[in-house]
Structures are given as C-alpha cells and as structure tokens.
Design a protein around this ligand. Structure first.
Ligand SMILES: C[S@@+](CC[C@H](N)C(=O)[O-])C[C@H]1O[C@@H](n2cnc3c(N)ncnc32)[C@H](O)[C@@H]1O
Length: 228
C-alpha cells in the first residue's frame, strides 16, 4: 500500500470515538468497551476498513476490533464511519502495531482473528514481519479462546503456501483450505470482500483462503474441508 503523510490524520483519529487511544488499559476489559460479553473478533492489518464495516453491520452479535498501524490508512476507515448517519456500535479501531497484541488482549479474550491480504514481506530477513509467521501465530495463540480460529485470505500463492507450512510446523490444524475461494459457491455465500480482494479478484487473480485453529473444540466441530 502506498502511504502518504496526511497531516489531518492524527487529529481526526484522536477525536474519533471509534478509536481506542490507550488500548493496553483495556486488556482483560474489552467487554466493558462494548458493554456486553459478545464474542470479540479482530482484523489484524485492516487497511481502510471495508471488511470490518460490512462484517459489523451483518453480525450485530459479534464485537469487532480492527488493528492498523498507519494513521494515514486508519483515517480512511474513520472517514467511512463518519460518512454514515449512524455508525455500528460493535466496531472499534486501534492504531497500533500488531506486535503489541498480547499487551492489549488478555489470554482467551479473542474468539477469531482475520488476516486479509497481509503484506508479503518477500525477503527472508523480514519473514518475522509477516502476519502469518510462526512468531505472529504464537501471539495469536496467546489471546485466542481455545479452538479460536485464524482466517487468512490472499491472492499471493507463495505467501499462502508459506502460511500453511508455518501453521503446520507450529501444530495448528487446518480447518479449511482453498486456492480458489471465488469459485466456491458455498463459501462465497458468506464471503465479505476486502478492498484488496475486490482489486485483485477484479484482475482475475484466484483468491486463497485458509482457516486454522490450535486446539480442537469440545463441541460443534466445523467440518474439515480441503478444496486444494
Ligand atoms: C495489504 S494491506 C490489506 C488491507 C486490508 N486487510 C484489505 O484486505 O484490503 C495490509 C495492511 O496491514 C497493515 N499492517 C501490516 N503489518 C501490520 C502490523 N504489524 N500491525 C498493524 N498493521 C499492519 C498495513 O499497514 C496495511 O494497511
């Protein structure tokens, strides 16, 4: 994503009630932010927020938090909400680096994590920066409920294979794996497109999706599907 310095970004973000400004104080208390105990889902690397805005409108019984490290990008998500007469009550944003996740959420506080079109960081020396790296999977495992899912979508096939391998090596179970999400009618019925997904699927790129979890659920097991 090309970044521009947008002078008003910090001010708009500081004044937005949708942005949590001192998120570490919320660790273990996220239910008080939303004033209910509904499941908490995160999108890490949310970009301009289209996915979370749609998800939060479609699923009022779930609370959503979006994490984006750049103010110039988060600004776009805040502006999208401001353009509405009434923004969703079950959505908040954090302007922070995802490396801080475990200082912001208590163990087991998060039910699901979405990673959508994460930056590939192709150079080997940068591999720990990939949001699908083993280092990040450890961070996710700490804050997820037992059996909590990580969902990852990308059009970058190399990154997808790398993510599958990292997950396998770290002992995560693959619950779903497809290398052509948009060809799958069943999955597309509930698919919510991100900005990047619209852009790259529009160019004809197949979209890959995986869902992984660390421990098996005691009940209501989703069926394991491999559409490789
Ligand atoms: C390629 S964009 C994808 C945006 C959106 N998820 C989508 O699918 O349209 C990746 C975003 O992740 C953010 N990002 C990357 N690493 C991050 C990190 N460690 N913490 C927070 N945000 C991060 C980037 O700033 C960028 O906005």
């Amino acid at each position: 994503m090309r970044l521009r310095n947008i002078p008003r970004a910090s001010e708009v973000i500081e004044n937005s009630s949708y942005v949590i400004h001192d998120p570490a104080k919320m660790q273990g208390h996220w239910r008080s932010v939303f004033e209910n105990g509904r499941p908490l889902h995160l999108e890490v690397g949310m970009g301009k927020g289209q996915f979370l805005l749609r998800m939060s409108e479609q699923n009022p019984d779930i609370n959503y938090v979006g994490i984006e490290r750049y103010t110039s990008v988060l600004l776009r998500a805040v502006e999208k909400i401001q353009a509405r007469e009434r923004g969703p009550e079950n959505l908040r944003f954090l302007c922070t680096d995802a490396r801080e996740l475990q200082d912001i959420f208590a163990p087991g506080e998060v039910s699901r994590i979405y990673l959508n079109f994460s930056d590939p960081w192709p150079k080997d020396r940068h591999k720990d920066r990939r949001l699908v790296s083993g280092r990040f999977l450890e961070r996710y495992e700490r804050i997820l409920t037992p059996g909590g899912l990580v969902e990852f979508k990308t059009d970058n096939q190399g990154l997808f294979e790398c993510a599958l391998e990292e997950a396998r090596n770290a002992g995560w179970e693959t619950v779903l794996c497809t290398r052509d999400l948009h060809a799958d009618e069943d999955l597309m019925r509930t698919n919510v497109m991100t900005e990047y997904e619209e852009k790259f699927s529009g160019k004809g790129n197949p979209i890959c999706k995986m869902m992984i979890r660390k421990e098996k659920r005691a009940q209501a097991e989703p069926t394991v599907i491999d559409r490789a």
